[in-house]
Design a protein around this ligand. Structure first.
Ligand SMILES: Nc1nc2c(ncn2[C@@H]2O[C@H](COP(=O)(O)OP(=O)(O)OP(=O)(O)O)[C@@H](O)[C@H]2O)c(=O)[nH]1
Ligand SMILES: [Mg+2]
Length: 289
């Protein structure tokens, strides 16, 4: 699933039978270069050392296996599945800063849900640019689901309201809303998200079933700031990490779950609609050995 960071980390261990000081330093450095935070890199390496001593592991294959177990144990608690509302429609707000892959992720998710036999309606609540609306409409056609849209500059809350009414009238299973990429530091944009949240709550009697934050795997440590701000604004239920196919890093995924304790639900592995898979701690950790 993720070659970049772990190839480098694995290379440090290959050919070495013990964790001497030099190896430990190199391991920590490789983890940090792959975007794992410094304290977490130190924690992982210390745990690895303790285990290697207890279990008397004296070859590089054994050390790699222990490291893989270590990473698995860090990630496994955060493996999360998409939730569904007890009464349709399930509502999914897709959030994130500019260009991380929100719209593409929505298309991929819609495709998956359709494969599972669910009906899906998309809400073009990114009304900031006309191109954003068209992009979602194009995906809607490709995936085969309707898109509720208004014109550029329309109130995203009004688009949301329309989409929910339409979904309820038609008995649609899942409504997925695209939102404008926003800087997590812009207060008024965050307020706009909260307003969308309130509209969903009023229309369906419950908060948005999923508030998914999309994070680009190339983001590095800033991913944690993004998650913190969006979580504060709207209470995230899950994270999607995109572009894992195109990063040499990706270790922020470890720091992010460690710091935020929010489940990772999907990972994006490309630009096509099939390229979204449920997050698997096992697959990820297996990338090490
Ligand atoms: N390689 C790769 N590219 C991706 C992935 N997900 C999205 N992209 C690409 O990233 C670019 C931005 O994707 P969008 O879905 O438009 O991102 P967005 O967050 O909606 O962007 P804004 O609406 O402008 O904020 C596009 O070129 C996508 O094809 C992924 O998992 N892997
Ligand atoms: Mg978009």
């Amino acid at each position: 699933m993720l070659k970049g960071i772990f190839r480098r980390v694995g290379n440090v261990l290959r050919g070495r039978a013990t964790l001497d000081e030099e190896t430990i330093e190199e391991l920590e450095a490789a983890l940090v270069m792959g975007d794992v935070s410094v304290p977490l890199a130190m924690e992982i390496v210390q745990e690895l050392r303790g285990r290697a001593e207890r279990e008397r592991v004296t070859d590089d294959e054994g050390l790699l296996r222990l490291l893989s177990d270590e990473v698995y144990e860090h990630l496994q608690p955060y493996e999360g599945e998409l939730g569904f509302a007890p009464q349709p429609p399930t509502t999914i707000l897709v959030l994130g800063v500019n260009g991380v892959g929100k719209t593409t992720t929505i298309a991929k998710l819609a495709w998956r849900l359709k494969q599972e036999g669910r009906s899906v309606l998309l809400a073009a609540a990114d009304t900031f640019r006309a191109a954003a609306i068209e992009q979602l409409q194009t995906w809607g056609q490709r995936v085969g689901c309707d898109v509720v849209a208004q014109t550029k500059g329309a109130d995203p809350g009004a688009v949301m309201f329309d989409a929910l009414q339409s979904a309820q009238a038609r008995g649609i299973d899942v409504v997925i809303a695209d939102t404008a990429g926003r800087l997590h530091t812009k207060v008024n944009l965050m307020e706009e998200l909260r307003k969308m949240g309130r509209i969903i709550e009023r229309a369906t009697g419950a908060p948005a079933t999923e508030r998914l934050l999309v994070i680009d795997a190339n983001t590095g440590q800033n991913a944690i700031n993004q998650a913190r701000e969006f979580h504060q604004a709207i209470g995230l239920t899950g994270i999607v990490i995109t572009k894992l196919d195109s990063t040499a890093k990706g270790g922020a995924l470890l720091s992010l779950t460690h710091e935020m304790e929010i489940p990772l639900k999907f990972v994006g592995l490309g630009e096509k609609m099939e390229d979204l898979v449920p997050f698997s701690a096992r697959d990820f950790a297996d990338g090490i050995v």
